[in-house]
Design a protein around this ligand. Sequence first.
Ligand code: NAP
Length: 529
Amino acid sequence: MIHGKNILGFTVSAEGKQKHQTVNSRSGEILAGEFNEATLEEVEQALEKAQNAFELYSKVSGKTRATFLRAIAAQIEGMGEPLVERCMAETGLPEVRILGERKRTCFQLESFAKVLEEGSWVEARIDRGDATRAPVPKPEIRKMLRPMGPVVVFTASNFPLAYSTAGVDTAAALAAGCPVIVKNHAAHFGAGEIVGQAIQKAAQDCGMPDGVFSLLNGFGFEVGQALVKHPYTKAVGFTGSLQGGKALFDLAQSREEPIPVFAEMGSTNPIALLPKALATRPDSIAETLAGSITLGMGQFCTNPGLLVALAGEELDNFVDAFTKAFVASTPQTMLNTKIRESYERLNAQALEQTGVELLALSEKVADAASNEGRPTLARVMGKDFLANPALHQEVFGPFSLLICCSDKSEMKTVLESVHGQLTSSVMAEDDDVSAFQDCIDVLSRKAGRLIFNGVPTGVEVCAAMQHGGPFPATTDARFSSVGDDALKRFVRPLAYQGFPEELLPEELKAENPLEIWRLIDGGWSRDSF
Ligand code: NAP
């Protein structure tokens, strides 16, 4: 089933001499399949095809694109056990998680299909002209969102399906009307290719233009960087590390024609633990938090890495319950050796910092031979946290730092000191809310999603979701990389002035054949005129 070649539209290609393999995360055993590194000529071919495909694909109706997205979901489901097994082997994630992720990936595709079928997402605005207006006549102007052009997608190691080859960036760009070139993730080339084959088949079955989708293998950064630098590339979607996202963002801005890079990177997702809440329900907060920090071995961009609380009796009682819950957690296999080693290094570095003490470890010791990471909880006083930028960095894995603040003013200063975040949360009772309103206000300025009495792990795919936040959580806090709005990253507004009816897109025609919501002369309507 796995051929190891690069997918260039409807063809495959293996011109490169270099080949790579992937390994089983748990055992280290080399997995079947040799993956040909893409050459710069193949990068060129993929972009040529994408550019040609764009002329046709940008004019394909929303309803037909919806059919294409559903066909991709059906093909992914049809890949069955071999895809699930390959994902499990290449990431170390358990079957239940992969099955859930496959469901989510297909749901994302289905959600965008529904958005396209309804059609109003294009934000059509019509201001009718007035030839009699004085002193100058008012021109007729109609505006809507149009696709930007070929999009390059970089995928994440921690979601082999939902943020990978057919993940939310690819689904959003295809929904928006943009061809996509995916840089296959080196840690899961096999899973990436199986899904790539599913998209290729769906594109052919649905009569999409050749080049609407390509998948290139790259090990090291040459292929990815060539894709970003190519003049046909009009936008980039990225999920992964801060270093990777920032490097690609800088590269894109240094082009002769700078282009947007929508990078979703790391986050420490601070949680403010307010005193009444800790006093009222220490055990349930302890259980919930320990579960969230260790879920999926903490390998989530929404993992709660910083916990902020006031020193005192409430906190001491809570810490007893929290450490007990934490000790009971179990080490599990991490995504790959590189990520485990990085976790161990960053974990050890954090514990070496001034004032940091180890609070709890999982009782069971991690088995390095099975690539396991060990859940770790540490504590530091607010003043030491404020004095040390190293403690503000993310430790990717099941690590969390409890920051004990001497008073409310220090708590506010600590919250103000953290970087931009995907999420921030508050555990509170009613009395806490009035007493700590200013701290909650700080949290709302820091993050894209503010959570009340809940944990940030588990990102719902829905229209109201915001998965994005101020830098360094993402490179553009105005957008979301999850939910219906994710496709807005790959479009731009285009105004048509004085255009004859027959040359306008369906969405802007007077009779409103798609029956979408439009803002006509300042009022929302689905009427024709
Ligand atoms: P990553 O290392 O940033 O890689 C994501 C993708 O971008 C990969 O395909 C990678 O290429 C590519 N890439 C990275 N830097 C590049 C550069 N400078 N030029 C061109 N291409 C580049 O992210 P990851 O694989 O998801 O996770 C690895 C690290 O990210 C972890 O150690 C973790 O600490 C951190 N992290 C990840 C997340 C997340 O949500 N995924 C969140 C926080 C932190 P290759 O395929 O060749 O590697």
